[in-house]
Design a binder for this molecule. Structure first.
Ligand code: C5P
Length: 298
């Protein structure tokens, strides 16, 4: 028997970051939107815990117990009093270390896959608690759609979204370390104000108005990501010149996100960016996308 779970990437349409807390994390007003780039995690019985990975950037994915998919299996097995003897195979399509929550997505997917494989039927609220222990972005990967994350991003309120937003993601060579980007944020922002969700942005999501969303997109981590990787500024400019309604760094980067007015415009921006020499590849995607769900159990 094996269970396969499909899980989306995310973009932060607003990432408001407060000052560092005593525990080292930052309070956030984090508006997540799931996008249609997916990883798939397949769980199958094995003699011992094992992680394998295929797809672009698979060679940069750790296969030991630091992998969030492995940690999810261990956390769930511990709660259920089981041994985490499972083979987790990750089919990767979400950019690795790209600021699109690829690792978090694999954690949420592995949790759901193991829950189904082991027949546990763990209540949703408990799954969300385990996700929050695994990482700040993991609960959102389970939920998908659109949500406001407060606290360190793990406390979610689901948000209504109308229509479809069209995006282009420019994938950079190599990743950026999330802790390093937050440390650079602290250096650049000695007195960060309390993070608050933008009412105009929530309205734009609710009404499906891409132009209004473009006018309200913000990412407080963007100056820090650009400071660590100055070439991102050129990609952002190129996307805007190619017709994007707005350009921003996705999460902690280095993936950059471009909001397009429609699907045709997204394709044309992606083509311009992918031949610009400024990024490794450019991907078209839409949102909202559903959260982690079982797509195959046999
Ligand atoms: O929660 P997660 O493991 O994804 O966080 C990775 C790192 O990102 C943390 O160790 C911390 O340095 C930084 N972070 C933060 N504040 C948040 C979320 C993440 O400082 N709200």
């Amino acid at each position: 028997m094996s269970v396969t779970v499909r899980v989306p990437a995310k973009v932060n349409v607003q990432l408001a970051v407060g000052g560092a807390r005593p525990d080292g994390f930052h309070d956030l007003a984090n508006v997540f939107l799931a996008v249609s780039l997916y990883d798939e995690v397949t769980a199958a019985p094995a003699d011992a815990l094992r992680v394998t990975c295929e797809g672009p950037g698979a060679d940069q994915v750790p296969l030991d117990r630091t992998n969030l998919a492995a940690r999810a299996a261990i956390a769930l097995a511990e709660r259920a009093g089981l041994a985490p003897d499972v083979h987790l195979h990750i089919a990767k399509d979400i950019p690795v270390a790209g600021g699109m929550a690829g690792g978090s997505a694999d954690g949420a997917a592995a949790l759901l896959a193991c829950d189904a494989l082991w027949g546990l039927d763990t209540p949703r609220a408990e799954l969300l608690d385990i996700c929050a222990e695994l990482g700040s972005d993991v609960p959102f990967s389970l939920v998908g759609g659109a949500a406001l994350g407060t606290g360190r991003g793990e406390r979610l309120t689901e948000l209504p979204v109308a229509g479809t937003f069209h995006w282009v993601f420019a994938v950079a060579d190599g990743g950026l370390s999330t802790p390093a980007v937050y440390a650079e944020f602290d250096r650049l922002t000695p007195r960060a104000p309390e993070p608050v969700a933008s009412p105009a942005l929530l309205d734009a999501l609710r009404t499906g108005d891409a132009t209004a969303l473009a006018a309200t997109l913000t990412n407080d981590l963007q100056p820090a990501a650009v400071s660590l990787r100055p070439s991102l500024a050129d990609v952002l400019t190129a996307g805007t010149r190619a017709g994007a309604l707005a350009s921003l760094v996705s999460g902690s980067g280095p993936t950059t996100a471009f909001l397009a007015k429609d699907e045709e415009s997204a394709r044309s921006i992606a083509e311009t960016l992918s031949t610009s020499g400024l990024c490794r590849t450019a991907r078209v995607a839409s949102s909202p996308a559903p959260g982690a769900r079982v797509v195959n159990a046999r």
